[in-house]
Design a protein around this ligand. Sequence first.
Ligand code: FAD
Length: 485
Amino acid sequence: MPARCGEQYLAGLREQEREVWLGGERVRDVTTHPRLSGGARAIASLYDMQLDPKLCDRMTYISPSSSERVGLSFIVPRTREDLERRSTMMLNWARATCGMMGRSPDFMNVTYAAWAGAADFFGQGRREFGENMARYYEYIRENDLTLTHSLINLQRSRTVSGVFNLQEGTALQVVRETDAGIVVRGARILATLGPLADEIGVYSPRMGRHTENHSPFALSFAIPCGAPGLKFLCRDSFDQGRSHFDQPLGSRFEEMDCIVFFDDVLVPWERVFLLGDVDRLNATAHATHSSVHSAHQGACKNLAKCEFVLGTALLMTQVLGNAHLPNVEERIGELMLTTQLTRACIRAAEADAKLDEWGVMCPDPLMAESPRNLFMNAYPRMIEILQLLGSSSFMLTPSEADFKGPLKGEIEQYLATDTTEARDRVKLFRLAWDLAGTSFGSRQVLYERFFASDPLTRARALASIYPKREVMERVLEFLGRDDEE
Ligand SMILES: Cc1cc2nc3c(=O)[nH]c(=O)nc-3n(C[C@H](O)[C@H](O)[C@H](O)COP(=O)(O)OP(=O)(O)OC[C@H]3O[C@@H](n4cnc5c(N)ncnc54)[C@H](O)[C@@H]3O)c2cc1C
């Protein structure tokens, strides 16, 4: 099956029964559940974009194996042009969801594409693992599957060193090997998009150090979300079941986050990519450059998100008539700066891209990674700026029902501004509140702070690739000048 349309994606979710729990009840059909279906429809609309005749050329490419058109985020980039085409495609998707769905399918597609490009890395430990990776990538590309992932083991306590505290009975581990595959047990967090995905990828981030050379906790595999024994436990849904007018973002883009329980789940051998090999697991993201490709995807999402927050802020100042106030100008300037820095990093990452040792065109690591670190603090600040700009207007937001109720006249008379009718003002500020104040908006802030791991780990990741010698030598050269002068 080549690139799918939205209905094919939804049918795939319905066909694969999975164990999803929300609010104490088992969800039978995620595509019709009132608290999950909005997110499912949003992902479906992304798939529809691929087949839109006006966009198809920019959203898909010709598969090297089937000669059919497949999703462009699956491409293994070999040239700068491939990277640029991929980022245009990813930006199209991110703009369609206002940057609010961090886990649009391209998030995982670029990771597995990088791994397929570097499949030999997986084969260096055990040859069959490299073959498994190449075959799996082709399978998800040709079937246009959506993946979720869960990287982090639940911990009962934190160590000072930052080493993951992996405890038997809590963390995910292999409990036995059989002829059919490995059997795994334990719990992982935090599978965003879990209920709305076809498959789940399970591995560990680069900085997550395990303590032994060979460990039952060291795993990389992928299985269908409906695999027996796999259970997704959802947090509260932030889709409150309101209209698009009342909750413009939450009613559309709830991507859900889940704890995942693995209750003696069988992972077939052909789906195992690494097993027990601590060093290779820790090295994966760096050695294959999947971290950089993932950062490139994230930067496109960040740009779409920046544009959306900036656009909202500009409209707010227009409606309130305060755009000319100096403190407002200063704050808008800050939003513009973050937006342009993100845009510049994406361009630089692509312009300075190089072929890596696997023959894959890799964005410049530092330029691709920087927006990810920047956004951990910049996005919360952007939302703070929205709050500072909006003030009480966030609270002057009657519902759609109020516009039809007995106070309709008063609302329309008193909530109008010099530039804007009451309804348009309220519509805009309900959107701004969904960004800046609702549970949906707060979760977006938490997401940007933590989705790519905690601040310390991210700082270490950036420091590990920063060219430190050059700047130190410049200072040493300066310090040495006295002697020569
Ligand atoms: C909305 C959201 C969606 C997410 N989606 C996914 C997903 O789809 N897949 C996935 O795998 N993961 C996902 N994550 C999980 C994410 O990877 C983790 O939240 C992240 O790695 C941080 O781990 P933690 O939450 O256990 O925080 P902790 O490690 O407990 O960190 C909490 C705080 O304590 C500090 N801290 C912890 N240990 C130390 C230490 N030793 N020294 C100094 N400071 C320390 C951290 O810096 C941080 O400020 C998501 C997270 C969020 C919030």
